[in-house]
Every structure is written in structure tokens, then in C-alpha cells.
Write a protein that binds this ligand. Sequence first.
Ligand code: ZN
Length: 800
Amino acid sequence: MSAATKTSAASRRRGGARPAGEIGAWMACAAARVTACLAACAATPVAACAATWLAACIGVCATACAAARAESPAGAVEIQGFSSGGAAAEMQLEQRFDADLSAADLRSWMEQMSSEPNHVGSVHDKANAEFQLKKFREWGWDASIETFLVLYPSPREISLELVAPTHFAALLTEPPVAGDSTSSKIKDELPAYNVYGADGDVTAELVYVNQGMPDDYLELERQGVSVKGRIVLTRYGGGWRGLKPKLAYEHGAAGCLIYSDPRDDGYGAGDTYPKGGYRPSDGVQRGSVQDLVLYAGDPLTPGMGATADAKRLAIKDAKTILKIPVLPISYAAAEPLLAALGGRVAPAAWRGGLPLTYHLGPGPAKVHMKVLSDWNQKTLYDVVAKIRGTQEPDRWIVRGNHHDAWVFGATDPLAGQVALMAEAKSIGKLARDGWRPRRTLVYASWDGEEPGLLGSTEWVELHAAELKSKAALYVNSDTNGRGYLGVSGSHGLQHFASEVARDVRDPETGASVLARAVAKAHIANYESGGHANPSGDLDLGALGSGSDFTPFLQHLGVNSLDVGFEGGADYGVYHSAYDSFDHYRRFVDPTFEYGVALAKVAGRLMLRASQAQLLPARESDFAASVAGYDDELHKLADGMRVKTRELSRLLDDAAYNLAADPRNPRAPPPRAAEVPYLNFAELDNAVAKLEQSAKAFDKVYARLEAIDAPGADAARERVNATLTELEQSLTDSHGLPGREWYQHMVYAPGSHTGYGAKTLPGIREAIEERRWDEADRYIGVVSRALNAYSARLDRAVSIP
Ligand SMILES: [Zn+2]
């Protein structure tokens, strides 16, 4: 799987504080820039627009100052958590780290690891784990393979045919394409399927339901179309794949097909493979449909490690396995089905890129689908490697990526995995030359991520107690390619991640990857009418799900980051057999230099977090983000109240009936009850307290960071002990409503978005779904979590 959807960060910002140490340098730089800008402003003839010009100048100054900081010589650079002497030593260490990274290594490892299908249970999946184990050991790591036994159904027989009004049998495999050497190596490949759907043999009328999300069913109801007993045809997009069959089942459907519309990642997006990098007509997006928003990992062992002797649920009792059969299909397979549908023409927004008129059905198209699987267990091979810290061995900095793929998996996941391996090789070299980390480094290569974050989740569940006391940070990557650095994660790490980005160069432009990412964000904000983050830092998106950070962050409450480059590759073959080495070297990262850049970013995150005298944190960034989320909740409830009243007025006035087309009637939307005024006082007070505590904490942090004197060691140890476990204050052992596995009260995958994040999810989802008592209850739960967080910050910096 790939990285989660980000929530907009610009809207949540109330302005983060800048630690005292940095202000001096910034002020001096800004003073010079402002003088220059003012002179330029004065020279413009547009006197009436002076204020606008000034504001623009200040924006330019902030960016220029950030860039100037990045240009300063190595020894003068500030690094969060380090004294100036410590920072200089760290910069030297990082230069040695960089020197051993090689694009040729990444290329050869990827070529080897993507040479055969490497899904869970395949021969090559195990071989890749053993290859990595050998490498880690060769590089000087204390490495081993941990195995788990998980339920992994694989298809024995699948078929799909149109049986009326004409006959058509769909091709469910992906044929070889010219110039792609692995596309013909299909001996060990599984057919394209969606793991954790149900077995079934169904013949029924077809209905087109767009993306199969809740609003789509609302629209169908208004159009008078029912999916009961029918097979739904959905297209990818709009939300987590697994929600499509889940919602179809909840609306009474008997089967679910999911196709890739060419508008999204086929010829509507760019030239198709092998001419370009986008999905060809027979390309299929495989993927898990496990009900991931309930819990991640092995469906039979929720909350515990899937060791050989673990107590297991019966398959029928596993809540994350779906109840109807599901198949993913190509647009070549979907086109005759769509063409055979009658009924009304689909709403404009539901139409895709195929050359036909999209109809809703039901029928006269009738299809027969069959999915029969072997419901047996497979072994997972997680590779875990450690280098023990010398001074704080019981604080772990953990790095992970997955090594299993749907088929060959060059981009997803190996592009991230080979960067991780390059980091491990280079750190191993440092260790062989006598260097040792201050804190323990843990490098992990997960198996079974694609079916449902299995390898990471089982490992986290098995080692939960140890991780809760030791894991100070988890750094994840998954896919990677040409483009811009994206970082999402715990908001207190925003400045830490930005400083790392400041110190890594973009391979093609030579600018810092921070400057490019910030410039792109500023332009996007400008063009969408939003407000740019003036700090010059990255805007960290909140994490939902879709990769291995989920068990760390949302189950245990471990500080987490997810990193990768994206946005510059011609990539439209997600979860297809065409995600291959040949595709990657032509369209994703031909020089492998963005892989090296990822190793530089993630390696620095790891080295700095392991070496700094203070663990990375700027709590005012976290507080500002939470304050922004609180604002959003107020606006959400207020906005819904206004819209609900407006709708009631329209219904009272029979406006929908009057405006309806008598020949194509469409029922009015259902009436909703008034939105009550919620009492946000407890939450608002908790946020205000958090902002104060964070500010006070950051002040002491900056003081402790600046001095090397051993007298401050006890105070620093108190701060580090706090920061190691701080994020856990945000968890609640009862979890979210109906999904107790998800315990983080600030970040969760949305119940109806899946990969997409919901922040302050207990409150936000209750409001969205009009469960007012639950919203009230979670205002209390979230406020208590935030207060516990503030109290820990206060204790960490108070005089004992
Ligand atoms: Zn992946």
C-alpha cells in the first residue's frame, strides 16, 4: 500500500512558535531582506496596493530566510536537540553516512528483489527476507527473522462473465507487454484478486454505483435504484477500497466488482504502459478489502501477536473478513459490462473516461462472478536488525518499510525498501569504523503489509509492552519516486523533519528538498485561495492508514513519521503486475537518485533521533495543529446546523417537488434533525492549556538544548523520558467507538475514508454521523487525553 492521504494543514494553523535559539539568526536575515523588500515596494507605482505588496514581500522574506539558513556552512547549522558543538559533529557524521550511499546498490537490489512475484507465501518473498537477513548481518547488524502465522486466503478459482443480454468472459490476468521482462514471468503469480473478500458464486443483475461511497448510495436511493440482491460495479477512488464491498453488503448487494477507470490512472492521466507509465487496458489494481478501520493485522488474532500457539478466532467470527465476494477488474473487462447497462444515465460526476454513456442499471446486464479460495495460513518473515545504543540502549529509534508486494512490486514497496537497505549498509559501515549510536537503532523489513499491515501489526502486538517503554520514534516509508518530499506524522516532529529536509539536496535541481516542498505548498495554497504556512517549515499531514505506521501510532501511541518522494513520476500501475523493474527504471526514478535522496532523509531522521542530547520535539507545533483541529470541529457543527436548516426550509416549501423533472423524477433528500449546540468548553480549555504548556516546555527545551554542561544531564534525562512516552498520553484504552484497537484520540483512519485521516476522530465522526451523545462523550475523552499530555509536559520541565 502507499502513503495515507493528508489533511490540509494550512487551515489548522494558528501560527507556531519559534524557539529562541533560532530567532536571532532569522531576525538578522529578515531585517536585511525586509529592507530590500521595502525598497522594492516603495519603487512600485501601485500605491493603493501597498498593504498587499508588503504582505507579499514578507512572505518572500520568510522563504528567502529559510533558504538562506539552508545555505549556511555545515558547522553553523542548528539541529534540534543538539548543542552547536553537537550539531557540528552530527553534520560530519552525516557526511560520512552520505558518502556510502550508492544509486547502483539500490538498482541492483531492486532488480534482484523484483525479479519474481513476491506476495505473502511465495517462494521469492521468503528468499527476499533471507537475502536481506544476510545483507544486514554482512553489514554488522544484529539481525534475525521473526515469523508469524497468519490467515491468508488465496484464490483457487475466479471467473467473471456477462451472461445477458450478450455473452462476454472477462480476462482476469494481465498479459505480457513488450519491453517488460517480468510481465511474462507469471508462473508464481496469483490471479488479480482482493484478499479477505468472501467466497461466492453469484449470478445477478448489475448496478453501477460510482465509487460506492455513502453519498453514492444516497443518490441511488433518490433515483429509486436499489442494489438488493444485485452485483454492484464500482470504480476505484473516493475512499478506501475495502469500504466499497462493505457498504455494498450493508445495502444488500450480493457481489462487488471494482474497476480502474482510465480517467483516473489510465489514458486519461497519461500515455499507457509501455509507451508511458499509466495503466494499460488490461492492468488491474489488486488490493486488500480487509475491514481495516476496525483493526489491522491477522484477522484471527486481533490485539495479539500471531505466533504459532496464539489463540485464534474461528474464521466466521473474524470481523475484518467481508461477507460478499469481490473482484478487481481492468477497464478492458469493465467496458462491455458498462456498455450493457440500461436504466438512467449516471449523474455527470459519476462518468469516467470510457467512450460510452454511463448508465446506472439495474440490468439488463446480468453477470456471473465466482471466487473460491484456499483459506489457509501462511508464514510471514519479518527481518529485524539492531545496533545497540551505548548511552540510552533502552530507547529505540525504529525504521520500517515492507518487502512483500502484490506481484513484483518495484515501486510499491521496493523503492522504499532499497532506500532503507542503503541506510542500513551505510550505518553498518559507520559502526564497523568504530562509531556507536547513543540510542538503539532498530531497522525492520515487514512482510504481509499488502494484505493488511500483517507483519508490522503482529510484531507490534507481540512486543507491545517493550515498545511502549522503549520506542521513541517510528520512521516509515513505502513507495518512492521522482518528485517532492512528502512527510506526514506526529505534529510535534514538524520542525525536526523540516530541518532534515533543509539539509538534503534535490537530485535534479540542487535546491534543498525543503525549499522545493515548501515552494510547491505555497503555490498550491495561493492557487486554492488558502493561506501559506509562513514559518518556512513543511506542513506535516496527519496520518490515516495504508502503511505500517498504523500499529505504532494508532494502536500503541508511538511518535511516527511517514516519508517519501512523489508527484514527479508517471505512475499509474499501482498494485499491478506492471509495477516492475522495467517500469520503474523508465518512468519512476530512472537514475535511482530519488531513492538515494530518500535514504538521506530517512537516515538523517534516524541518526539525529538517535544522537541528539534531547529527543526531537517542538510542542507548540503540536498545540497549534490541535487548536486548528478544534476550530475545524466548531465550524463543522456550525456549518451542518446552517445546512440542515436550509434543507428543512426547502423541504417545507416543497421546492424539490416543484423543481423535479416529471419525466425523470428524483426524490428529495431525506430530512435531518436539527443540529444541537454542542458544549465545546472542555475541549477549548484543554487546547488553551496545551498551548500554554507547550510554550513553556519549548522554552526550557531550547535552554537545555543549547548547553553541553553535564549539570543539565538530569534535566535532559527527564525531558527525554517524557518525550519517549508522551504520545501515549493521547491514547485511550477503550479506543474509538466500535473499534477499540484504534486508541489514538488525535489521529485515526476515517471509518468512511480508510486511508484518509480523521483528526480528533471520536468527536469529528460523531458530529459527521449526527451521534450527538457520542460527540459529547468524546469531547470529554479527548479533553482528558490533552490534559494528560499537558500535565506530562509541565512535569517534565518543573523544578523537582
Ligand atoms: Zn506498499
